[in-house]
Ligand binder design. Structure first.
Ligand code: AHM
Ligand code: MG
Length: 329
């Protein structure tokens, strides 16, 4: 049996021409490894489970683990020496790191430290999502808002960590998608899913169907199509909705499927955030042969206007997303 490839060896070989990027990935690996341990022990540690008692800028109740995760990733990026600034779901504004070393950094990272907040306290899979960009502002200065508001096409790396039945890190730098699994004895990630490809078509659809009467009627018709005998498989697709985007996406990446969070009455622009939820997973989806759109346009081409901007989201197997879009015309 060939020796397993550690993520450290993988990055050294695959990003040899960009040492800075290796430092960014190392920072993600280190924060995710520590966070994975916290998550695994969460039920045993009073200071980790439950609500923090504060809302974030988007009016959502922050969980203690949201903040543990946010602090862990911010510290990792601040200390890695090549990141000049970050923005995250849990911070109202972006953070420009002040040290001279950080100001010399070429990269910015946008991230959702812990996605799937409603699943934190109930031992269901949750995830971290990240997007890496090159800064626009000159090195040697503080990062600015324009660095954060770049379209998803400009991502130099993106990915996620899934804290599921095992912990996995999946990422791409634009040359395909690779997945690594955390060995909990050695506390290291090893390549377990090389060159992941999303099936062109799948049998899973994921949407919060509690919202079915809250969205545009054409979408109701698409869901009826999924449930009918008149679809591509001549039998109803299976509904699977975990309510953690990373987990729903990961299942669809491996098995084939579609995830939809449309514009709904309570969230007229959709619920999910463009910069640190939709763009990174859209990058992974496209790299794996899938598709991600707002229902009408490619996610990666949307020009961001605001840090916490929301968009309707259709992501997954290419022909399923195309089919869903055909209903919306
Ligand atoms: P969060 O970042 O506050 O956890 O919100 C994002 C999550 C996604 O992971 C998930 O797919 C969706 O929100 C669930 O929303 P809903 O409970 O409205 O179905
Ligand atoms: Mg989130």
């Amino acid at each position: 049996m060939p020796e397993a490839i550690s993520i450290a060896d993988f990055t050294l070989v695959n990003h040899a021409s960009d040492e800075g990027l290796i430092h960014v990935i190392n920072a993600i690996v280190s924060a995710a490894t520590g966070l994975s341990k916290d998550i695994r022990n969460a039920g045993l540690e009073d200071h980790i489970l439950g609500a923090q008692g504060l809302d974030n800028v988007q009016g959502e109740a922050q969980q203690k683990l949201d903040l543990v995760a946010d602090n862990a990733f911010i510290a990792a990026f601040q200390n890695c020496g090549v990141v000049c600034g970050i923005a995250s779901e849990e911070n109202d504004d972006f953070v420009a790191f002040a040290s001279q070393e950080s100001q010399n950094g070429k990269y910015i990272v946008l991230f959702d430290p812990l996605d799937g907040s409603s699943n934190i306290d109930v031992n269901v899979s949750i995830g971290t999502i990240f997007a890496v960009y090159r800064r626009i502002s000159p090195t040697g200065t503080m990062a600015v808002l324009e660095d954060m508001l770049q379209p998803g096409t400009q991502q130099v790396a993106a990915g996620y960590v899934l804290y599921g039945s095992s912990t996995m890190l999946v990422y791409s730098t634009g040359n395909g998608v690779n997945g690594f699994t955390l060995d909990t004895v050695l506390n290291k990630f090893f390549l377990s899913h090389p060159m992941m490809k999303m099936p062109e078509m799948g049998r899973y659809y994921a949407m919060n169907e509690g919202n079915i009467n809250e969205c545009e009627p054409a979408l109701k018709d698409y869901i009826a199509y999924c449930q009918s005998h008149q679809n591509d498989f001549n039998s109803p697709y299976s509904g699977r909705y975990i309510g953690s985007l990373v987990a729903d996406f990961h299942r669809n990446l491996i098995k084939g499927g579609i995830y939809i969070y449309p514009a709904v009455f309570a969230h007229p622009m959709g619920r999910l955030r463009l910069l640190y939820e939709c763009n990174p997973l859209a990058f992974i989806a496209e790299q794996a042969g899938g598709l991600a759109t707002t229902g009408r346009e490619r996610i990666l081409s949307v020009q961001p206007q605001q840090l916490h901007q929301r968009v309707p989201y259709f992501i997954g197997s290419k022909s399923m997303v195309q089919k869903a879009m055909s209903f919306l015309k």
